[in-house]
Ligand binder design. Structure first.
Ligand code: ADP
Length: 394
């Protein structure tokens, strides 16, 4: 019999609180629990004490491995996350899921800390890459409104049109755009065996924080909540095997990028920038943040680069070439220029990105050009780190 959630709970029943003698399940410490194909994900609600948490983590891992070994199985991965009571109440919850109430092993004496106990590790040494996902590419920008989500969506759809298996994660927890850009407003999140099922739209598997929180409420996240929300989105979505997972990051530099770098090994990041000087300055900061997090920058996309008028002429409204020059200055590859295009804006508002590739070549060509350049840079980056195909001389 395959190792299931019930077996996880049986293992957790062998771990008791020394004071009360009650086990982890009796204490209602299990906030989330899922097991599938040898992968176990657990969230435990316990006091914010790093020593206790470390001991508990080791004890739980041993109990799970023992239980699996008794059944003649080996676990591939155990991901244990801890929450404090304050965090727990504000975690994302799909409306359809019943979560057990969080009762901490002990009452927390202080508030939650931003670091969750873990020091950032360089992305090159990321602890848990997503199994079955070949390339993880983050799309970032120095500021909001420059077209980061537009580029993410069109990159994902373009890669899918090239025949790749593509996932798209909207991790812009402060202003998720995917529900609109992919017309998911009326779509319902579904769960199978406690795993979020991505939406399959325009040839892409998509998941967005926008479908897990109240769209009317302002999204205010403290550090640990942003960390937890991103982790949940990545780990609890059933992506299946993918050639590319595109991650639409929140604008600027912040918690989500840090969590991402801690969690997974990325192929690289794409920086989106408009041509103006003020946008370039922010984009330089974003590129430097990626470098600091040991995330390889695949290159820069110049969005809203120029405008094609009805007269067929190209107008350099924002100073075309500004982002390309910035890329050159930083020694980064230039991944192409996307024009200001009314159809692009309309298709985004309607949630129909496929139309960007089937309409005028004035739009589809620059978009596909960027898709191909990203493919090339991702392949080069993967070869450099040894993750991609390698030449073997016999
Ligand atoms: P960000 O993710 O950086 O905040 P968005 O991708 O949400 O930015 O874009 C902001 C707005 O600008 C959206 O309405 C989008 O449709 C529009 N937009 C983005 N790029 C273009 C473009 N090249 N041409 C026309 N409209 C664009």
């Amino acid at each position: 019999m395959a190792f299931s959630k019930e077996h996880v709970l049986e293992a957790l029943r062998t771990i008791r609180d020394a004071k009360s003698g009650r086990d982890l399940v009796e204490l209602d410490a299990v906030r989330k629990c899922a097991a599938c194909d040898g992968f176990v994900t657990l969230t435990l609600g316990v006091t914010d004490n790093s020593v206790l948490r470390q001991q508990l983590k080791e004890g739980v891992e041993n109990a799970l491995r023992r239980k699996a070994a008794d059944m003649g199985e080996a676990l591939k991965s155990i991901a244990i996350d801890f929450v404090t009571p304050a965090d727990a109440q504000q975690e994302i919850k799909p409306a359809t899921v019943q979560q057990p109430a969080n009762i901490p092993l002990k009452q927390a004496s202080s508030g939650p800390t931003v670091s969750q106990g873990a020091a950032p590790t360089p992305a090159g040494a990321g602890s848990a890459s997503l199994p079955g996902v070949k390339h993880i590419i983050a799309v970032g920008a120095g500021k909001g409104g420059v077209g980061k989500s537009t580029v993410s969506v069109n990159l994902a759809v373009g890669l899918a049109r090239q025949g790749h298996r593509v996932g798209l994660l909207d991790a812009d927890i402060y202003g998720p755009s995917l529900p609109t850009m992919l017309a998911l407003d009326n779509a319902e999140v579904t769960l199978r065996e406690n795993r979020l099922q991505p939406f399959y739209v325009h040839g892409v598997k998509a998941m967005t924080i926008g479908k897990l929180v109240d769209p009317e409420k302002p999204l205010i996240w403290r550090g640990p909540m942003a960390h937890g929300a991103f982790k949940q989105l990545v780990e609890q979505t059933e992506w299946g095997p993918l050639d590319y997972l595109i991650i639409d990051l929140p604008p600027g530099t912040g918690d989500v990028s840090l969590t991402m770098a801690q969690m997974m090994r990325l192929t690289g990041a794409v920086v989106v920038c408009t041509p103006q000087k003020v946008a370039q300055d922010d984009a330089v900061r974003a590129a430097k943040m990626f470098a600091q997090l040991n995330i390889h920058v695949l290159g820069v996309v110049e969005n809203m680069s120029y405008f094609i008028g009805d007269d067929g002429k190209e107008y350099d409204i924002f100073g075309r070439g500004g982002a390309e020059m910035m890329a050159q200055r930083l020694g980064l590859p230039f991944l192409g220029a996307v024009p200001i295009n009314m159809a692009l804006r309309e298709n985004s508002d309607k949630g129909n990105p496929t139309a960007n590739f089937t309409g005028t070549p004035k739009l589809s060509e620059p978009l596909m050009n960027t898709v191909r350049l990203v493919e090339t840079q991702a392949a080069l980056a993967a070869m450099r780190t040894g993750a991609g195909p390698q030449l073997v001389v016999t």
